[in-house]
Design a protein. Structure first.
Length: 369
């Protein structure tokens, strides 16, 4: 009697799977060389599918529910095995449980920037990242193409492949969209759906997987492009550039008067700004003949304030008004050999070779010995 009890204990009579990992796609029931009893109970929980494999052949598939493993509900396996030992004999078969629920919280991102052509900025490089969900749709294709003989198949084993497919599809979708960089944020939903459809075409029939959801969370631009966008926004906020420059000149005059390092150049700049501001003030007061009295003639328009650019670390800095340029000289950013340019110059020249700027360097005292 003890021998019969031991024999019965060696035979598997309940086949089931509890999944706690949340990221397991396929799990093989561990038989440990035990045979499955004829009439054993198979328990398949919601979100699972049980696949029987015998001698390398995919046989019967069971959906959610409680199943009694008998010849009448194992038609394919019965054909493969032949049941040559009788209807009550045990049988050996590998049982794979496939998780058919959606696996969430999977992430993707572009490891390298994707080049696209923008109508405003020209060729630009962008990066993107997002999330997606994964679901097993065809257990037979999944087992034959990806799982093989693995006892456990996790999402980590396929995530690298899926990220590569998503990145390739993203480059195709974004380059063919024709959407400007500044408008990408408003098109995330449409681009996400196009990207998902492109990925599904590759993984559905080939790997037996489905991507129920794929989202683009963010598309970012290089730092220099973001600075250009910020500069354009700032210009839009400023509005009338002439009025803004006049305001800046008025703010800079007390600073220039208190800066002794400017020397004669600073005084000349101050006089120039004073004359530039005197014109509108005299027009408001009625000219030089007294308050409200018309002058002999209308004052001449103020001379235009030159805008200067200078080269620093291989990049053009500017435009700068004369006060700002004088401050750059005092700070040592502009030296006699620094290349400068303003409107009217045919090419960049050294600052000491420009007559308008030569006085900025002549007032610097020699070093103390």
């Amino acid at each position: 009697m003890a021998f019969m009890d031991k024999l019965r204990a060696e035979l598997v009579d309940i086949v089931e799977w509890f999944d706690d990992s949340q990221h397991t796609i396929v799990w093989r029931f561990p038989r440990y060389q035990n045979e499955i009893k004829q009439g054993a109970q198979l328990i398949v929980r919601p979100g699972q599918v049980a696949v029987f494999v015998s001698q390398g052949t995919l046989a019967d598939i069971f959906g959610p529910g409680r199943h009694s493993l008998e010849t009448r509900n194992l038609p394919l396996l019965s054909t493969v095995l032949g049941w040559k030992y009788g209807f009550n004999s045990p049988f050996r078969s590998e049982v794979y449980f496939v998780n058919t629920t959606q696996i969430t919280d999977l992430k993707w991102g572009t490891p390298n920037p994707v080049m696209m052509r923008d109508p405003d900025f020209g060729p630009v490089r962008i990066r993107a990242f997002g999330t997606y969900t994964l679901k097993a749709m065809d257990p037979k294709i999944l087992l034959s193409e990806l799982v093989g003989t693995d006892s456990t198949y996790e999402t980590d084993e396929i995530s690298e492949l899926l990220r590569s497919i998503i990145n390739t599809a993203f480059a195709d979708v974004i380059s063919s969209s024709g959407i400007a960089v500044l408008d990408l944020a408003s098109e995330y939903q449409e681009l996400s759906e196009k990207l998902r459809e492109s990925v599904v075409e590759q993984v559905d029939d080939e790997y037996g997987l489905e991507i129920p959801m794929l989202q683009i969370v963010n598309i970012s631009l290089p730092a220099e492009v973001e600075k250009a966008v910020d500069a354009r926004s700032s210009m839009g906020v400023i509005g009338n550039m002439a009025q803004y420059q006049a305001f800046q000149m008025g703010q800079a005059m007390p600073i220039a008067a208190e800066n002794p390092a400017g020397g004669l150049a600073g005084a000349g700049i101050g006089v120039g700004m004073g004359m530039a501001m005197a014109g509108p003030m005299m027009r408001q007061t009625g000219g030089a003949g007294g308050y409200g009295a018309p002058g002999p003639q209308a004052p001449a328009p103020p001379p235009p304030v030159p805008s200067w650019h200078f080269a620093e670390n291989g990049q053009a800095v500017g435009p700068l008004n004369p006060t700002q340029l004088s401050e750059a000289v005092a700070a040592g950013r502009v030296r006699p050999d620094t290349l400068v340019w303003t409107q009217g110059m045919s090419a960049w020249s050294q600052a000491s070779q420009v007559p308008e700027l030569a006085a900025l360097f002549g007032s610097v005292p020699p070093p103390i010995e």
